[in-house]
Design a binder for this molecule. Structure first.
Ligand code: COA
Length: 152
């Protein structure tokens, strides 16, 4: 998962989600992690963090050999079903603003653009925030702050 993060998600940005960070992330009690495997090994994975009413898709990647075969759709559909079951009101994610393929994927999965975050990645590259509303939230509206990729 760490290697896929480095090669498919963080290309040219350094390596934030290395093996220790991934281990901490997936070991967290409020994190749901999924993997898709084929005969060659790991084909794709997704990691989502759950709050009380909001969930955040932290990582999603599918190996190049397995893309456009519905792997990410199945991973994200599982997470959407889990979020609905958990009573989550809204899912959010950030992606590199120039990642047209991922943006098209998230749009196909019902996500909408929710804002551009300048310098989000290492003060160098903007992120696009996307959201999918699952139900009207009962929680009072809160000022939203962009998560950071800083190491703890
Ligand atoms: C984005 C990504 C996760 C999509 O995974 P995938 O398994 O190939 O996606 P799916 O096969 O489930 O695609 C479902 C639908 O999304 C859309 N879609 C997916 N990839 C697309 C692309 N590159 N361009 C346009 N539309 C795309 C299509 O509508 C597709 O349906 P179709 O193939 O029937 O036309 C994958 O390309 C990837 O891992 N990219 C590198 C890492 C990354 O960008 N991660 C997300 C940001 S953190």
């Amino acid at each position: 998962m760490a290697q896929m993060s480095r090669d498919l998600i963080e290309t040219g940005l350094g390596w934030t989600y290395d093996a220790p960070k991934i281990a901490r992330l997936i070991g967290h009690t409020e994190t749901l992690s999924l993997v898709a495997c084929d005969r060659l090994g790991l084909a794709g994975f997704a990691v989502m963090q759950f709050g009380d009413e909001r969930a955040h898709l932290v990582l999603l990647a599918v190996q190049a050999r397995s893309q456009r075969q519905g792997v990410a759709r199945r991973l994200l559909s599982w997470l959407l079903d889990s979020a609905r079951t958990a009573g989550i009101a809204e899912l959010s994610l950030e992606l590199r603003a120039g990642n047209a393929g991922a943006r098209a994927f998230y749009r196909a999965m019902g996500f909408s653009d929710a804002g551009l975050l300048p310098g989000y990645y290492r003060n160098r590259e903007p992120a696009l925030r996307m959201v999918r509303v699952l139900r009207i939230s009962s929680a009072p509206a809160q000022a939203w702050q962009a998560p950071t990729l800083r190491r703890p």
